[in-house]
Structures are given as structure tokens and as C-alpha cells.
Design a protein around this ligand. Structure first.
Ligand code: NAP
Length: 287
């Protein structure tokens, strides 16, 4: 498997540590990123740079994408020198970005016409889980294609599961990220309320982290609130994108409506800060 040639598009917060995991596992990895300067952290560890998506496809057996949104995917597949400008015969293209099921279904069809296979395989977990190869992957698409690339998934994360046909991975991811947004707003409101009652953030977090409610997200994001460190691991603009995609797919529940409104209102000020920067607006609301 380690002789498999891997191509990787997208070297943002997630792409860089994920490529490093593949390099550590001994894979030959070539990369493309729209902004060329962002390839430096992975070339320093042995990745090769390729200058267009189509060139990368042509020299890869498996091509991963980890980019922002539906618009990025459309551009990378269909623009001049895009993925679909060459044959996809015998290639497996794996889209790990959090995007709509609809765009995955569309691109899967176009890749199939060109002789290849497409899997949607978004991930749960953030930069820390990417760095430690403990991501969780949810996969939509052909079962045989999934089984053939599972050893590569095993180098990126701790668990991968095929949940259905094309777009099913994206649907599972949007459901999980709805809960993520609810967790973020819930944690921020809880700390803010406790503070208003004279309870120190540090003390509240010690109690929460020992309680039946404890979870990894709360531990990491509680610490971020305590340190007032809102540098993006998962940029707030991405959760707004995900909540809108979930709404487009039919999500209309009371909590989801509230949390979408909260994050949409915060986006103009906090788009490029971390999701838990929502604490800043909720703290103001509570003051
Ligand atoms: P990020 O740091 O914002 O990086 C976004 C990447 O997408 C960059 O490589 C960027 O290229 C590329 N890109 C954006 N627009 C593009 C376009 N029009 N054409 C080509 N490339 C484009 O994002 P991230 O945090 O790595 O997240 C990537 C995906 O994973 C998103 O869908 C996100 O929702 C999802 N995700 C993120 C996390 C997390 O905790 N961060 C966790 C799970 C899933 P440039 O460098 O040129 O801008």
C-alpha cells in the first residue's frame, strides 16, 4: 500500500497535519494548494509540490481534497486545469471537505463518467485529532472503493465507517456539526452564566471536566476560553457554512434555528477566529 502515490489538495488548518500523518506513515505524497506559500510545512517533511489539480491527478493513484466549501470543490473539479480535464480511469478521488451531499453526488457522477471512483469522507475532530491521527471518518460511496482505501484512512484517523451511497458521508457530517455548534454555544452560555453568579471559569471547568458531562471538546474549548485564546483551529466561518448546508438539507429544529442565528450574527466580526470565539458575543449578551 505504501507504494500507492497519493495526491493532496488543500493545505489549510486540517490539510497540513493530515499530510504529515501520511508522510509519517511512509507514503509518497504530492500536494497542490491554491496559495502556493502554504505548502512549505509539508515540503519540509518530504511532500512534493505540483502546480495544477489535473497534473496532481495524473500522477496520483488516490487524490484527496481537504478544502473549504462547495465553491472550492466546483472550481477544483471544473476549472481550466481542474481534475475533470483529464481521464480519471482507475483513480480514487476522496473528498474530505465538509460540503453538501448534492455536490458530492454531482462530482461522483462526473468522475464515474471519466472512469474513476469518488468517495465523500468528511472528518470529525479538529487540528489536535489531525495531528495525532485520531480523526473519525464518515464515508459515502462504493463499498469496494472504500475497502481499498481503508488502510490509508487508518493512517489519518482512529475510525472510519461507510454510511451509505454518495453524499451519505456529508449528511452524517452535517448532523454531527449541528451538535458541535450546539455544544459550543452551550458551553459558552454555561460559563457566562456561572461567571454572572460569581463562579470562576477555572473552577467551573474543573467541575465540568470531572462530571458526567465531560468530553474532549469541552476540555479543549473550555481551556481556550480560560486562556482567551481564540486562534482558529476550526474557523467560525466554517460552522456557519455547515449550519447553512444543514438548513438547505432540511434541518429546521428549534435549537438548530437558534444556534444558526447566533453564529450568523457573529460571523461579520469573528469569521476567522475559532468557533469558541462565540463566547465573546454571548458573554456580552449576558453582561
Ligand atoms: P482552512 O484552514 O480555512 O483551509 C481551507 C483550504 O481550502 C485552504 O487550502 C484553501 O486554499 C482552500 N480553498 C478555499 N477556497 C478555495 C478555492 N476556491 N479553490 C481552491 N482552494 C480553496 O480550512 P480547514 O480548517 O483546513 O478545513 C477544511 C475543510 O474541513 C472545511 O470544509 C472544514 O469545514 C472541514 N473541517 C475542518 C475542521 C477543523 O477543525 N478545522 C474539522 C473538521 C472538518 P488557500 O490556502 O489558497 O486559501
Amino acid at each position: 500500500m505504501q507504494n500507492t502515490k497519493i495526491g493532496w489538495i488543500g493545505l489549510g488548518n486540517m490539510g497540513v497535519p493530515m499530510v504529515k500523518s501520511l508522510l509519517r506513515a511512509g507514503f509518497n505524497v504530492s500536494v497542490y494548494n491554491r496559495s502556493a506559500g502554504k505548502t512549505n510545512p509539508v515540503t519540509a517533511e518530504g511532500a512534493k509540490v505540483v502546480h495544477s489539480p489535473v497534473q496532481l491527478l495524473q500522477q496520483s493513484d488516490i487524490l484527496f481534497l481537504m478544502v473549504a466549501d462547495d465553491a472550492s470543490i466546483t472550481s477544483l473539479f471544473t476549472a481550466e486545469n481542474g481534475i475533470l480535464s483529464a481521464s480519471c480511469k482507475d483513480k480514487i478521488i476522496i473528498n474530505m471537505s465538509t460540503v453538501s451531499s448534492a455536490i458530492s453526488q454531482k462530482m461522483a457522477g462526473l468522475v464515474k463518467e471519466k472512469g474513476g471512483a469518488y468517495l465523500d469522507a468528511p472528518v470529525s475532530g479538529s487540528v489536535k485529532q489531525a495531528e495525532t491521527a485520531t480523526l473519525v471518518m464518515m464515508v459515502g460511496g462504493d463499498e469496494n472503493a472504500f475497502l481499498s482505501v481503508k488502510p490509508v484512512f487508518d493512517c489519518l484517523g482512529k475510525f472510519s465507517l461507510r454510511v451509505g451511497e454518495h453524499g451519505a458521508g456529508n449528511a452524517a457530517k452535517l448532523a454531527i456539526n449541528t451538535l458541535l455548534a450546539l455544544h459550543a454555544q452551550g458551553l459558552a452560555e454555561t460559563i457566562s452564566f456561572a461567571n454572572s453568579q460569581g463562579i470562576a471559569t477555572h473552577d467551573l471547568l474543573m467541575l465540568l471536566n470531572e462530571s458526567a458531562l465531560a468530553n474532549v471538546f469541552m476540555k479543549i474549548k473550555g481551556e481556550a476560553i480560560l486562556q482567551q485564546n481564540f486562534k482558529a483551529a476550526f474557523a467560525l466561518k466554517h460552522i456557519v457554512k455547515d449550519l447553512k448546508l444543514a438548513q438547505d438539507a432540511g434541518l429546521n429544529s428549534p435549537l438548530a434555528q437558534t444556534v444558526t442565528q447566533t453564529f450568523e450574527q457573529a460571523e461579520p466580526q469573528l469569521a476567522n477566529e475559532d468557533i469558541i470565539a462565540i463566547y465573546k458575543t454571548l458573554q456580552q449578551d449576558n453582561a
